[in-house]
Design a protein around this ligand. Structure first.
Ligand SMILES: C[S@@+](CC[C@H](N)C(=O)[O-])C[C@H]1O[C@@H](n2cnc3c(N)ncnc32)[C@H](O)[C@@H]1O
Length: 294
């Protein structure tokens, strides 16, 4: 879910799409192509769900520049709602973090074409958007960074030296960091996710926060059923049953809070979550987790 989780709350008919990717993303891998799903939801989803609108003027502008007709994506209403829900929650969490740490750095891992700094710039904090080279090249054309407080970096989270590649200056690490990784890790193998969490726990300053979205394990291998991700041929490889799985890889990691999207979908969402999660599993079908480094 992530741009993923319409399933299983949305469409349930299997789809085998061969829809060609948008021209700007033609050379992208299936996972890279998924970046259009949250982009469209943030740009146009507010018309479907005014109460969840996030007012993403940058996403609206990008959609126009890229000449994307978002109607295909909007048909997957559950995913649109999930993206709007998570965007607003992340924005709130980040704003609270920067209120407590006004000069701190934020880091968006696997940023796609999202633009959180439009909401988070407080005049003294710094934000770094990072993604794979192909995505950062497109991003550079469409969303030029404005140094020194809005930065861009190329990173591959599936490599051992991803943290060093970010080349954060010493002053960035002199205080807690706010790190975001949304719509990314469910496409990784479980070992790769563990390596990312472990590295973050080893190197992030005490008090740092990592916000990530999670899917229940029952979604693994089921991306073809997903009304939006199914178009891309990307696959879900990582999901969790227990929230503790997020912190088990390192003693410095603690779960501060877990949020489920289910209540945003009304009683059907809550019932669906109860049904799909076997007894004893406490992870939401789709949700956000706040991890903190002790
Ligand atoms: C569904 S998109 C999410 C984009 C963005 N986080 C958002 O919510 O709009 C998945 C993103 O993960 C990025 N990604 C996939 N594998 C990655 C890797 N190994 N390292 C860094 N980013 C990666 C893709 O390039 C893509 O931008």
């Amino acid at each position: 879910m992530n741009d993923a989780m319409a399933w299983p709350m949305g469409h349930t008919a299997p789809r085998h799409h061969s829809a060609a990717p948008h021209l700007a993303c033609a050379a992208f891998s299936p996972v890279q192509q998924t970046l259009l799903i949250p982009l469209v939801a943030r740009a146009l989803g507010g018309a479907l769900y005014p109460g969840h609108a996030c007012g993403d003027v940058q996403a609206s502008r990008l959609l126009q520049t890229l000449d994307i007709d978002g109607q295909t994506y909007l048909a997957d209403r559950a995913t649109v709602l999930n993206v709007l829900w998570r965007t607003r929650l992340i924005r709130d969490l980040a704003q609270a973090f920067f209120a407590a740490h006004p000069d701190a750095w934020g880091l968006n891992l696997g940023c796609g074409l999202s633009h959180y700094f439009q909401w988070l710039d407080n005049g003294s904090n710094t934000w770094m958007d990072a993604d794979l080279p192909e995505v950062m090249a497109l991003r550079k054309k469409l969303l030029p960074a404005q140094p020194p407080r809005l930065r861009a970096a190329t990173v591959d989270l599936q490599t051992a030296d991803w943290w060093q590649r970010l080349r954060q200056p010493r002053r960035a690490l002199a205080q807690p960091l706010f790190v975001l990784c949304e719509g990314v890790l469910m496409y990784f193998q479980p070992d790769e996710v563990r390596a990312v969490l472990q590295r973050f726990a080893e190197v992030a300053p005490s008090g740092s926060v990592l916000v990530l979205d999670t899917m229940a394990r029952c979604a693994v291998g089921q991306a073809r059923w997903h009304a939006s991700v199914g178009h891309t041929q990307a696959q879900f490889h990582w999901g969790i049953g227990q929230m503790q799985e997020l912190t088990a890889c390192h003693p410095r990691l603690q779960l501060r809070q877990s949020h489920s999207v289910a209540p945003s979908h009304g009683w059907m969402g809550v019932a669906m979550e109860a049904m799909w999660n076997p007894w004893g599993q406490n992870a939401p079908l789709y949700g956000l987790a706040e991890l903190v480094v002790q």
